[in-house]
Ligand binder design. Structure first.
Ligand code: GRF
Length: 192
């Protein structure tokens, strides 16, 4: 870690599809002294992703890619040109191709709103509540070619209350997401 602090920061791209609160949080983190990363680019599959406003506000480069089978090369070229060494998925709703994942093996993080390996995929909060789980939470993990299955870097448990709704639970979990994502980045990088 220390060898890294004070020297160059790791150029990072954040991939989003929606609201972008994790993006905002990562940008803020990247502006702190202790951050080992600089958010150099924000990539989205959606032109209208609300989170892109944060990128604009902080004058970070934005690129829209469709992420259909064939446009990997264009994305990879862009990431290479920008010297991106770390990718943080934050509410990114597309599946990355195997080839893409291979190129960035061990360097793509994702945040998922459940205690993985439980509740992979979508609609986690609803499923958690329907199953009367006492706890849920969030997980930062490395991305591999299987959905929500890569090595777990950090998790945080969140209590599920009797009268919880998906949106209440989602809100409480999101708060924790904002805490663990930067911590997970620090942990990942200190192990490099
Ligand atoms: C988060 O709950 C994240 O765990 C999931 O998608 C949501 C994105 O929220 N992958 P935001 O766009 O960062 O606000």
């Amino acid at each position: 870690m220390t060898k890294f602090l004070g020297s160059k920061r790791i150029f990072t791209a954040v991939f989003i599809s929606g609201t972008g609160t994790n993006l905002k949080n990562l940008i803020k983190f990247s502006l702190t002294k202790k951050s080992p990363i600089t958010v150099k680019a924000v990539i989205s599959n959606k032109n209208e992703a609300k989170g892109l406003n944060y990128a604009k506000k902080y004058k970070i480069k934005i690129r829209i890619f469709k992420f259909d089978n064939n446009d990997d090369r264009e994305i990879l070229n862009f990431l290479k040109k920008e010297k991106i060494k770390l990718i943080c998925l934050a509410g990114f709703m597309k599946i990355l191709s195997k080839k893409f994942i291979q190129k960035f093996e061990g360097k793509i993080l994702n945040i998922h709103p459940s205690l993985l390996p439980k509740y992979k995929g979508l609609n986690t909060h609803k499923r958690v509540i329907n199953r009367n789980e006492k706890f849920s939470g969030c997980t930062v993990h490395l991305v591999n070619s299987k959905l929500d299955s890569g090595k777990i870097i950090l998790q945080k448990k969140v209590k599920v209350f009797k009268r919880d709704t998906s949106s209440k639970l989602a809100k409480r979990i999101l708060k924790q997401e904002h805490i663990i994502y930067p911590k997970a980045i620090l942990k990942l990088i200190s192990n490099l």
